[in-house]
Design a binder for this molecule. Structure first.
Ligand code: ADP
Length: 508
């Protein structure tokens, strides 16, 4: 198959020829093949949404076993005898089952033929060669940017998170014309830091190991490289884009991000509205929609029965689906339990994470079995049932780059109660008097990350819950807001347009 026939076959299947800007996304995981977090969802959904508005988007991912198994139709475009110490490697391109756009798959068994988590060994520690595994990913992305696939040369190389951070560095530090580059931060807390000695194996000039480069406090910083060398930086909400320019949430990179402030934008992620739709959700006892909510009442009853809570349609039911850690504010919730008791409310938590928080929640359930229900572990079906059965979804995060659970909650009419940070601040409209009067309110926000502020807001939200008409109006507003990917796809398109007016000619 030639490259032109590949594009043609896509045009035949999708009905729309990808005539627009060529964009190569570079990501270390992609749903449904390999997923540890929201990055995988974005790597799948964003290129698909871009393709539907005419952007010619492709994806580059490592050839983990699950990816290679889905890529049997792919053909080689590049072979390498030894890729960063991983031995022989091939770059394949073609259709990958489960993905909506053509993908480049980096087959290098020495680096990626490892089952399980893409970053951690069976002992739970980082793979010791992660710097080589993801340098390889960035290096191959750069080769594609320089025209390694004669039939398809991207105008933009768009890397996601630290694992793709070296791609802009390789491109900026090489001589000759290059594509424009974008780095997207999904979570600044994960930076891909390695000892200075790693530098020797990365095939980068020594001068890159500098403050004006990829050095970060004496270490090699892969995300730092992406932030320093990319032409544009994005992150996943406007508020998080502001917050990471301050020391409090800047993780030591706030100075660089301030310096690059003019090139930094926040674009909120979308959600998969086919998977998260109460009108079609197979995990619910009864379908429902913004205009017909009896299915929501049925889900609440099933949830109460499942957890042996009193079956009471009038008790405000709070739900929370989360990783259990301090960033998510789970400790605040544990210290605010008295608010549920005072309000005769109920709380259902699904999550897993830090042992002390798991123990704290289990203890809360034992002490208050008619108020608190906890299930530890990961359960996709229950996550859907909780969003449907809850009246209010809690997201008391200290930091939240974008957040998905509040978006699902809005769509499921479980009005979100959130801390005013990151994507939570950008997607939930507080029930203050002006917003309620205008009919724009969709949830409840609090500022201080303290148990007292959270408890006060729980009480405040319960007051609203008891006013049926106002509550119903807020639910309707929340459920009819558009959080699909098309909005984000257009925002990225606007960003790309600022970059592709001419090819970036840059010499080392
Ligand atoms: P983060 O990526 O920081 O964990 P997000 O809100 O962006 O937070 O995404 C979390 C995703 O993981 C959501 O889709 C949520 O439903 C899901 N999730 C988190 N914990 C669990 C769990 N214990 N069981 C099922 N789904 C979970």
């Amino acid at each position: 198959m030639t490259d032109s026939s590949l594009s043609q076959s896509w045009a035949d299947e999708g009905g729309k020829a990808p005539a627009g800007t060529r964009v190569l996304h570079v990501a270390s995981e992609v749903y449904p093949l390999v997923k540890t977090g929201g990055l995988a969802d974005v790597a799948a959904a964003l290129p698909a949404a871009q393709a539907s508005i005419g952007i010619d988007a492709r994806l580059l991912v490592p050839g983990y076993p699950a990816v290679l198994a889905a890529a049997s139709a792919a053909r080689p475009v590049l072979t390498m005898t030894d890729l960063f110490g991983g031995g022989p490697a091939r770059l394949l391109v073609g259709a990958v089952k489960g993905l909506a756009v053509p993908a480049y798959v980096l087959e290098c068994p020495g680096h990626y033929a490892r089952d399980g988590n893409p970053y951690l060994g069976p002992d739970g520690a980082d793979w010791p060669d992660n710097h080589l595994r993801f340098a390889a990913l960035g290096w191959v992305a750069a080769r594609l940017g320089q025209g390694a696939d004669g039939g398809w040369r991207p105008a933009i190389v768009h890397g996601h998170d630290w694992q793709a951070g070296l791609a802009p560095a390789y491109l900026a530090l090489a001589a000759g014309p290059r594509p424009a580059t974008v780095t997207t931060i999904h979570n600044l807390a994960y930076q891909g830091l390695f000892p200075a000695a790693a530098m020797a194996a990365l095939d980068l000039p020594d001068r890159a190991f500098a403050v004006e480069g990829l050095e970060f406090h004496g270490q090699v910083g892969f995300l730092k490289a992406g932030l320093y060398y990319a032409d544009r930086i994005t992150t996943v909400s406007r508020t998080y884009a502001r917050e990471i320019q301050e020391p409090d949430q800047g993780c030591g990179l706030d100075g660089l991000l301030r310096a690059r402030g003019a090139d930094l934008v926040g674009i909120v992620n979308g959600i998969d509205t086919a998977v998260w739709d109460p009108a079609t959700d197979p995990h619910l006892p009864l379908a429902y929609s913004a205009d017909r909510l009896d299915g929501k009442a049925a889900a609440k009853q099933v949830l109460q029965q499942r957890f042996d809570l009193p079956v009471d349609p009038h008790a405000p039911l709070f739900g929370m689906v989360t990783r259990l850690n301090r960033m998510k504010g789970v400790d605040l919730l544990i210290d605010a339990l008295h608010a549920f008791i005072q309000q005769r409310a109920q709380l259902v938590v699904l999550g897993s994470g830090d042992r002390d928080l798991e123990a704290g929640l289990r203890w809360a359930m034992v002490e208050n079995p008619r108020i608190v229900a906890v299930q530890l572990g990961y359960d996709e079906a229950l996550a859907h049932l909780i969003q449907a059965g809850a009246d209010i979804t809690l997201v008391p995060s200290r930091s939240e780059p974008c957040g998905l659970t509040q978006l699902y909650a809005l769509r499921y009419g479980a009005l979100p109660l959130v801390r005013r940070t990151g994507g939570l601040a950008d997607t939930v409209v507080n029930a203050d008097p002006a917003n309620v009067a205008m009919g724009t309110a969709t949830g409840f926000l609090f500022n201080d990350p303290t148990p007292a502020a959270l408890a006060g807001t729980i009480g405040w939200a319960c007051g609203f819950y008891r006013d049926h008409d106002v509550w119903r109006r807020m639910q309707h507003t929340a459920m009819t807001r558009d959080f699909g990917w098309s909005v984000a796809a257009r925002d990225y398109d606007r960003l790309y347009r600022t970059l592709v007016s001419g090819e970036m000619a840059q010499t080392a």
